[in-house]
Design a protein around this ligand. Structure first.
Ligand code: ADP
Length: 661
């Protein structure tokens, strides 16, 4: 059994608890007499005193006998409003005529009930309109409000009364004088219920517990949706739904057993009536807003605006005018409710057609709610005699809603799980690709190292023989020039090969041999090697006093690193530029700054230039030969010594390489 069917069973049970448990068709009063001699209160339960009651228009009972004029007797169907009923009357001259009754006035109802046994009985008298007195066998048992023939003297009241009748005779004479000058429906609007005293009080307990149970659900659901909204502000729908639940929560308390009136006995008739109506009309726009957020494309904007406007007008009318006035246009109010129900159902059917998520569950809930709301409409218009059930319908709707919400959550949860699984798959793919790239990188490095090795042997021969050619005096000048060209190219190629081989050595964790060495010695060799280049480019070199500084290092490698940096400072410098070497001692570290007045480096490349094979794509880079290994090697060497290298530079403003060792 799924959650929905379980819920439907609970709701049906709640409905049934309020129905008469007997299987016997209850008799109706005929011509002012209700024959209950066949009715067993213990077996058949309580009974509504419905049917034809005697009705005395503009007559109140006189004296202890509660005398009523026989010639003024009419019959009226109970429950109903006397408003609009046609009664027979006679003029003072004895002429009979028919009168259509209006809502304002007073009258007396009388019913004789024939009983089988003399037992203790109870009566349940709902909020009849609008003030009444209740006499049973000549004894006054209840007064509600003040019954009077004029508006000035009559005081309306609202309550549900449970009345004890001590050891009833075989016959009960029930006399109820009523006056109404305050709403548009008058008289015995709701069934008076007769039953065994225990059954009548049980009815009260059942009704109250059902209403409090439902209002508890509505209250908690309201709070729950508020909490949902405060936790996830980007979705407004729980906020509107929470407000709507809270409004209907109040409605549950003010309808049915009129629990709010019991809690606040001083609540006036007019205010209680106004609050009751204000739990419908301001609630509708809030409900529309909720549906609109869920199905924005399906809800017709113009109809919604018109209905919202009408609800606003009705709410203001209810607030400003006394119940007598606004109850006169109750039919119009009820049409708005009916139209609103049709409008929401129409919107949902459109949403289902568009295959919107959750629309059919929503419609299922709404239909349950709509049925109970229509029941309430018909009940309040005294067309059917069931009771108020819209809050029960709303609870059904809320459960459908919660089911929707939970299925959305669980879907989101499984979506997240699926997304996590896919992310894990992607991560593994990336991991495999990374390993493959690293493997290919290693293969490439090995290949380069092998190639360099193989090239180096013939290259040394080319290098040596080309030098011999340049030195051979007997050879023609042109051959010597070619020889010198081959010599310098082979030299460059040789140094690239050395760089490639050193990269492989450094990456396979070359063992370094550290010795304390004078910095001046370390810098002397590179300067000597670069002297001709400096001359060629007319570069001026400034070196600060470095004679006292000693470094614990592998001299060959550090010389190589300094050579690469100094060479760059010369080749990427302008002709007649300057190169400065400055050294600062900080604690146990030396900071060597090598600055130039050359082309400079864009800030976005300040890290990349230390990458393997990276060369800045500029016209000058094309002129300067190189493979992008110089700075990479310098950085690797310094890192092997626990040092570092960084650059400060701006385009066109020269560069300053800062070495820490
Ligand atoms: P190579 O000089 O062989 O191209 P390097 O690793 O030594 O490779 O340098 C990488 C890149 O950094 C060079 O191509 C160059 O564009 C830039 N660069 C290095 N030193 C300087 C400098 N002192 N001034 C301007 N640009 C430089």
């Amino acid at each position: 059994m799924n959650a929905i069917s379980l819920f439907v069973i609970i709701i049906v049970n709640i409905f049934l608890t309020s129905c008469s448990p007997n299987g016997k068709i209850p008799p109706k009063a005929i011509k002012g007499v209700l024959d209950l001699r066949d009715w067993d209160f213990e077996k058949n339960g309580v009974i509504n005193l419905d049917g034809e009651w005697e009705f005395y228009w503009k007559e109140l009972p006189v004296g202890d006998e509660l005398a009523l004029p026989e010639d003024k007797k009419n019959y009226i169907n109970v429950p109903s409003s006397w408003n609009g009923q046609i009664i027979k009357r006679t003029t003072s001259g004895g002429e009979p005529f028919e009168e259509i009754l209006g809502s304002e006035g007073y009258a007396t109802y009388r019913l004789r009930v024939l009983l089988k046994d003399e037992i203790d009985l109870g009566l349940r008298v709902p909020d009849e309109a609008t003030s009444y007195e209740l006499y049973v066998n000549g004894e006054i048992l209840k007064k509600y409000g003040v019954v009077a023939p004029s508006r000035e003297n009559s005081i309306p009241g609202r309550s549900i009364e449970y009345i004890h009748i001590n050891k009833a005779n075989h016959e009960l004479e029930v006399v109820i004088p009523i006056s109404n000058f305050h709403i548009d429906q008058s008289g015995l609007l709701r069934s008076v219920i007769l039953g065994g005293i225990d059954s009548i009080y049980k009815l009260r307990t059942t009704n109250l517990s059902r209403e409090l149970f439902i209002s508890g659900i509505l209250f908690i659901m309201g709070m729950y949706h508020f909490a949902l909204f405060f936790l996830r502000r980007e979705d407004n729908s729980p906020l509107f739904f929470g407000i709507y639940c809270t409004i209907v929560f109040f409605r549950t308390l003010i309808k049915g057993e009129l629990y709010l009136n019991t809690l606040f006995p001083t609540l006036s008739f007019a205010n209680s009536f106004k609050i009751e109506n204000l739990t419908i009309y301001p609630g509708l726009p809030i409900f529309f807003e909720f549906v609109k957020i869920l199905f924005p494309l399906e809800m017709n904007k113009y109809i919604r605006i018109i209905l919202n406007f009408l609800c606003l007008i009705i709410s203001i009318t209810v607030l400003l005018f006394p119940p007598l006035y606004f109850t006169k246009i109750l039919t119009f109010f009820h049409l708005i409710i009916l139209f609103s129900i049709i409008f929401v159902i129409y919107t949902l059917i459109k949403a289902i057609k568009q295959k919107r998520e959750g629309a059919s569950t929503f419609l299922f809930g709404i239909i349950l709610y709509a049925l109970t709301a229509i029941n309430d409409l018909l009940y309040s218009r005294i067309i059917i005699n069931t009771g108020f059930y819209a809050p029960v319908g709303l609870v059904a709707f809320i459960f459908a809603q919660s089911y929707l919400l939970s299925s959305r959550f669980s879907k989101a949860f499984s979506d997240t799980k699926e997304a996590m699984r896919m992310a894990e798959e992607q991560r593994q793919l990336v991991e495999t690709a990374k390993e493959e790239i690293e493997r290919l990188g290693r293969t490439k490095d090995e290949f380069l190292a092998n190639l360099s090795h193989e090239i180096k042997t013939p290259l040394v021969s080319i290098y040596g023989y080309s030098e011999l050619i340049t030195m051979e005096e007997d050879l023609p000048e042109s051959i010597k020039e070619y020889g010198s060209e081959i010599y310098s190219s082979a030299g460059r190629l040789n140094s690239y090969m050395d760089d490639v081989l050193l990269v492989t050595d450094l990456e396979t964790n070359l063992q370094i041999d550290k010795k304390p060495t004078l910095l001046s010695t370390l810098i002397k060799n590179p300067i000597y090697q670069l002297e001709s280049l400096m001359k060629e480019r007319e570069i001026v070199l400034h070196i600060s006093d470095i004679s006292n500084f000693k470094v614990l290092c592998d001299g060959v490698l550090i010389e190589r690193a300094l050579n690469n940096i100094l060479k760059n400072a010369i080749v990427y410098n302008k002709t007649k530029g300057t190169v400065k070497v400055e050294v600062i001692q900080t604690n146990d570290k030396l900071e060597i700054n090598i600055s130039d007045t050359g082309i400079g480096i864009l800030p976005e490349y300040s890290d990349k230039i230390f990458d393997k094979f990276f060369r800045i794509d500029s016209s000058l880079s094309y002129e300067v030969s190189g493979v992008g290994l110089g700075l990479f090697l310098a950085k690797k060497i310094l890192e092997l010594h626990g040092g570092s290298i960084s650059v400060r530079s701006e385009l066109g403003q020269g560069s300053e390489f800062v070495i820490e060792i």
